[in-house]
Design a protein around this ligand. Structure first.
Ligand SMILES: *Cc1c(COP(=O)(O)O)cnc(C)c1O
Length: 347
């Protein structure tokens, strides 16, 4: 039996429409710029995000890395939230490969960084200190519960960036979840930023890939860096074809994932030994803890759930992350909640 996989939206399989588009995609050598399907994906992506140009990359991690390497030279400093994906989950690539100095400022519960913290962190022109070059934000903010940042916050940070002559990058891996949750376009969310990375995999279900958007000259720069990183791909239109289906048909339906996450949270909230985070879910992620009186750990509960065909993310000793996506149906939400209830009752 197919498990109910709530570990992440990264587990999503491509849809039948994607597999069909992939089989039929016209392709060419993209390092020569000759793959028509990739070129089309990049045009669509640039249009949706309201930027001049776009570049297909194998992963969101490479998108952030190439973007940050384009904005920062060796020894330059980037200001990031301390819970940023780039800080925690990208294997230190910006420092290891780019010599970029990362300065981590406290992420607030709502995924923002305080404007006064950003201002205070910007370095004076002093030969003892690394020059501040870039501010990077994340939307939706993964480690802050999948919470969405508003366009107003983006503009407030933009004003600081302009005042000090800094670049502004957005890790928008799940920018379409942020867009759908707030009822604002991805273009509006992207507008304050010089560069944005977003994922075609995850909630949009493409098997592989992410896109970087920005000005034409910036995209030329990241195209060279992508080559340096070994990310110049040949007939990758096969992959881009799924990305086109993702952008054309899979964005609006993310609202269903958010509805299912709410339903899941409502069901789990009824179970006495589970404590949901205040505000969860903001988008497609439900965060919860096991209450102190329950005798077992999250690992223990996850193992019991797995025996019953339910997979969940364990993100702490007594903490879970559950993510809804295209392949989770309403009945799966009910079934998973029922298993949770029985396991927590018999613990
Ligand atoms: C998933 C994710 C990425 C990129 O991950 P890849 O697996 O490399 O595509 C970047 N930022 C955030 C916030 C993410 O959740």
């Amino acid at each position: 039996m197919k498990p109910i996989d709530l570990r992440s939206d990264t587990v999503t399989q491509p849809t039948p429409a994607m597999r069909e588009a992939m089989a039929k995609a016209p392709v060419g050598d993209d390092v020569y710029g000759e793959d028509p399907t990739i070129n089309r994906l990049q045009e669509i992506a640039a249009e949706i995000m309201g930027k001049e140009a776009a570049l297909f990359v194998p992963s969101g991690t490479m998108g952030n890395l190439a973007s940050i390497l384009a904005h920062c030279g060796r020894g330059d400093e980037v200001l990031l939230g301390d819970k940023a994906h780039t800080v925690i989950y990208e294997a230190g690539g910006i420092s290891a490969l780019g010599g970029v100095h990362s300065r981590q400022l406290p992420n607030q519960a709502d995924g923002t960084i305080l404007l006064e913290d950003i201002r205070a962190a910007i370095r004076p022109n002093d030969i003892h200190q690394p020059p501040t070059r870039l501010i990077a934000l994340e939307n939706t903010h993964n480690r802050c519960g999948g919470v969405a940042l508003s366009p107003a916050y983006g503009w407030a940070v933009r004003a600081i960036a302009e005042q000090y002559g800094l670049f502004l990058h957005l890790d928008g891996a799940r920018i379409f979840n942020a867009s759908v949750a707030q009822g604002v376009s991805a273009k509006e969310l992207a507008q304050p930023f010089d560069s944005v990375t977003f994922c075609l995999s995850k909630g949009l279900c493409a098997p592989v890939g992410a896109v970087i958007v920005g000005s034409g000259s910036f995209i030329n720069q990241v195209r060279r860096i992508r080559k340096q990183l070994g990310g110049g791909m040949r007939q990758a239109g096969i992959l881009a074809a799924a990305g086109i289906v993702a952008l054309e048909t899979m964005i609006d339906r993310l609202a269903d994932d958010h509805t299912k996450a709410k339903k899941l949270a409502n069901e789990l909230a009824l179970i006495p030994s589970l404590v949901l985070d205040p505000g969860t879910p903001y988008t497609n992620m439900v965060f919860l803890n096991i209450s102190p009186e329950f005798p077992h750990t999250a690992q223990w509960v996850a193992a019991k759930l797995k025996e019953r065909g339910v997979l969940v993310g364990v993100v702490g000793e007594r903490r879970f992350r559950l993510v809804t996506h295209y392949w989770i149906e309403d009945k799966d939400v009910i079934e998973a909640s029922q298993h949770f209830k029985e396991i927590m009752a018999n613990g």
